[in-house]
Design a protein around this ligand. Sequence first.
Ligand SMILES: Nc1nc2c(c(=O)[nH]1)N[C@H]1C(S)=C(S)[C@@H](COP(=O)(O)O)O[C@H]1N2
Ligand SMILES: [Mo]
Length: 209
Amino acid sequence: MTERFVTRGFVGRRTQPGEAGDLASRIPPGQYLTPDFPVLSAGPTPRTPLDKWTFAISGLVREPKQWTWDEFLALSARDWTVDISCVTKWTKLDMNWRGVSVDTLFENVELDPSAAFVIAWSDGGYTTNLPLGDVLNGQAFVAYEYDGAPLAPEHGGPARLVVPARYFWKSAKWIRGLRLQREDEPGFWESLGYHNRGDQWLEERYSGD
Ligand SMILES: Nc1nc2c(c(=O)[nH]1)N[C@H]1C(S)=C(S)[C@@H](COP(=O)(O)O)O[C@H]1N2
Ligand SMILES: [Mo]
């Protein structure tokens, strides 16, 4: 079923002139394609009113920085089309988001030279950890639109982190800030046996992989 869908749908579409058409090369090992957008949440969906919402950069920065919702929307944003892979083995291609690059956020602070890890933290208490180098140079963004509409609450709205080069648990929903640290610190799933890094191309699913 899945294979038929893949063959007729995606391959057909991907072999337009100018496109490589190499669908298989876009599917990380052990993953299958889905046209769906499943919801995976470890707890209830938090509902912070936008007039109470802030986004903070804290920790190893010269001065902490905080934006209100309106200030955040005023930051320069762009559209991103990325492929996403979840550790539960679904991969969804060409997902269309709009949001602010983490690079843009960091332009507003002075990072301490000792900052080496980022902890993304969310409403509801979820956290996830990333080496600073995994979120720079266009590798991560804070999204507030998906497919041309405000990001749905169940998918992390009003805003979520998106880190396409890592399994989707690193893409913290309901994100409220990034904390810069010298030391690494496992986040929610990383403390529960998932891999610390989570590179889907290396199948870094569980600690020990
Ligand atoms: N705050 C928060 N972020 C989260 C999660 C969560 O439970 N809470 N689940 C993670 C996991 S395991 C996955 S696969 C994706 C799922 O995102 P989706 O529900 O939009 O598909 O969000 C990630 N981010
Ligand atoms: Mo996940």
